[in-house]
Structures are given as structure tokens and as C-alpha cells.
Design a protein around this ligand. Sequence first.
Ligand code: GLC
Length: 496
Amino acid sequence: MPRHRWWQGAILYQIYVRSWLDADGDGYGDLRGIISRLDYLEWLGVDGIWLSPTMPSPDQDWGYDVSDYLSVHPELGSIDDLDSLVAEAGKRGMRVLLDLVPNHTSSAHPWFVDASSARNSAYRDYYVWADPGPGGGPPNNWIDATGHPAWEWHAESGQYYLHNFLPSQPDLNWWLPAVHHEFKEILKFWFDRGIAGFRIDVAHGLYKDALLRDNPPLAHADPLQGRFGQRPVYSANRPETHGVFRDWRALADTYSPPRLLLGETWVGDLRALASYYGDDDELDLAFNFVFVFAEFAAPALPGVVAQTLAKLPIGACPVWMASNHDVGRFATRWCNGDERKIKLALLVLGTLPGTTVLYYGDETGMTDVQVPADLQRDTLRLGGAAAGSSRDRARTPMQWDSSTSAGRKTEVGTAITEYAQVRAVPDGVWSYVAGPLVIAVNLTDRPVTIPGFPGTDILLRTSGAAGLTNQVVSLAPWEGLVMRSDGQVSEQIPAR
Ligand code: GLC
């Protein structure tokens, strides 16, 4: 059995720093704002806080265009503030993770400023440069995240450079050993300061095909398989990337406690997802976007959970997340703002075996907000083929006002490790045993009854109705409940 690590069964909480709490009155959230509400996060039961990018950046992509990896964005605070946050969180038993962006830098990063100064400059090879293709245009067919060619012509040096996101986010060249060295130094810098780990941006994308081959077409529109008619077979998802995570894991494991590597693994195939855990020697945790985009219904969602658990290597810890700053909020996508469904989703997220990642405001059921066009700030989705899908919908200010969240407080628990699905339930109902608990959720518009389990007590109903001990349990539409098992239940249920 692998050793127990602090994030296994933990609740992590993602804070989009600019939108959470403004301590200095400039209209933007900041690190001191977070410090001032750590008691709230402790009360909520959070074990670790993941901060969206905190490093200096021209903010073309709100911090995902880093111009200095070893510092703090002045609008969010200072490095002393970050140290204080780590210390204050630590006093409350919480750890702090940063967001690391290794796929690309800002074009304002000194490496790119040098690289674009001349073809023989010191940092030229830190980035992916290529001559024009045979027809004189871009070197290949790769498309960036806005739907435009992923190559920007650099007239001064007579070559194209690669950018899988905005032209102001040039991709790094991971074939160059010096790039590996730089990032290991960056990891050490933050780990030594007490940062508990990193959420790794575009973790599946670091290496590109050495031959820059054309991407193949996408057969069916599916955000998990590709975008703009292409499957990113050569512009991302290359096998060499696994070596990077093996190196980083070896480094992260030299710390006490081991530092956490949590990857943004945007893959549509659960086997590919599983591969990022390696042989317990790559990422510790990998975001599961198949789960995120699954239908909030049975058997669809339990099916994805079962497949995930079956595909992950033995001992690997799954991650359950349903909202973030890119994909929007589950309270809208899954629940259409329906409070009953929101409580059910939180019940599921908090009781599945593994690590739960909540996005700020998930806990009170915050929904997406339609931000008027003139207020949108998500450059990546302004204009271009991705226009109209602004990610600002899920980046609006944290709703602190208790009047808007009154009565909506929802319990989240610590996830546990054992999981088995209960088979004998009506259609549209999902019931599972998770450690000492039995969970049943009615994902339908009709009342249902399910067999009770002898010796179980009802601990919680999302409807707020009083608990009962029963041979038969009735569930209202979109109601869920948690029962405490006396240990007999799991013996009645076949293991997965
Ligand atoms: C990741 C981030 C997203 C960003 C992109 C480019 O997907 O989550 O917000 O725009 O990478 O860095």
C-alpha cells in the first residue's frame, strides 16, 4: 500500500484571487483578503488552498502569462504577504498550493524578450521557432485556443514562433534541457518557501512533436477530444511529457511533507488520464475532465466514477472537481441553479473516495453569471472563433453577503477511501458505500423508495428533513441522504 499523503481524502479549495476578497480597497481581491478570511476556510473544512496564478503578469490571460516565476503580482500583494498566508494557513491546519504555468510564458518574460531579439540570442531555443511551411505560410496546421493559427510570424528574425494560446503566450521548448533546469529551480524556490505544491497548467501539453507534424482532423465535436476541428495529437499529449513529471515527483518527494503535483490534464480518455499517475512516480493527482463534462444523471455519472476507479492505477487517488475558472460552475452546468440539485452535487463531491476540489463559491451554490459584453475581460474568448463563451461567467466576485447564501450552507465532508456501488436501486438513483457511509441520491424528478439497510442511521438529508432509521427509505425528487453503516452494508455489496 502506498503511504498516506495529506491530500488523499482532502478538500482542496480553489481561489481565483482577484475575485475572492479585496483587503486594500482597490476593487480586486488580494492575498491579504485571503488571510483575513482563513477562519472561514478552516470552518468549511478545507485542507489545502489552490491559488489561481499569483506571479507577475501583463494579464493578457489573467496570470496565465507569467513574466516572472519567482515573485508575486504587485496587484495581489507581496512575497511577504504570501509567506504570511502560508504561515497563517498553516496555523489552521491548511496548506497553500500555487498555480504553475510551464507550457508557455508571457511574451514579456525576459527569456522571450531575449529570444526574439536575434536568431543567435542566448534564450532563442527556450521557445519553439520554425521556418515557414512549403507554401510560405505557417509551418503546420496547428490551431491556438482562439481558433487562429498557432504560429505568429516574427518579421524581425524571419521565423514563426508557436503559441497554443494567445500570441502573447509563446510556448516553451521542452526539448531543451535548460528549460527543465529552469523549472526545477522554480519548483525548489517555492517548495523551500513552504508552498505545499502546484496545480500544473496545461500539464498534458508541455512537449510538442519534434517533427511538427500536422494534427489530424476531429471526427465529432467534443471539447475533450479537440477543438476547431482538430485533435491535438502532435501539438500536445506527447509521451515525453511523462519524463518531466517523473523528475518533478522525485524532487517533490524529497520534501517533508511531500509536495503535491496536481495536473490540469485535459484529456478525454480515462486511460490517458491514468497514465499521468505513472507508476506512482508522476503526478500525485490529475484533474478528471471526463467527470466534469459527464451528465448529472444516473447511470451516466456513476458510470464515469466506476470507470475512473477501474482505470486508475492501484493506490492512485482520484480527483473530483466540477467547477473551475475555465469550465464554469456546476451549479449552472449540472444543476441549472436548482438548490436541491446543488446540495446533491456537493454531497457527491464530498463523499466520493479521493480528493475533492471545490471552486470558491461552490460551497454556497454560486452560479455562472452572464457578464455583459462591455464588462468582459477574458481576452482569450473575446472575438475569434471562441467568442461568446467568456470564462468571466465563473470569475465573478465571491458572494460573501449572508443574505444571499442564507439557508444554503451545505456540508462537505472529508472524502474516504473505499467505494462500492449499490446495485438494487430504482433507475436514476445512485447509491454507494464510501467507507463508513452509505450515500443515496435521487437524480430524478420523481419520488422514489429504496431499501434501507438494517442497522443504518440517517445522518443527513439534503432536504433538511429529520433523520430516520428505516427498512425502506423514501427520497423526494433530487433529494440525497447519508447513512452511517454498521459495517454490515459493505459485506452485502459486491466489490467493484
Ligand atoms: C489553462 C488555464 C486557463 C488558461 C490556459 C492557458 O487551461 O486553466 O485559464 O487560459 O491554461 O494558460
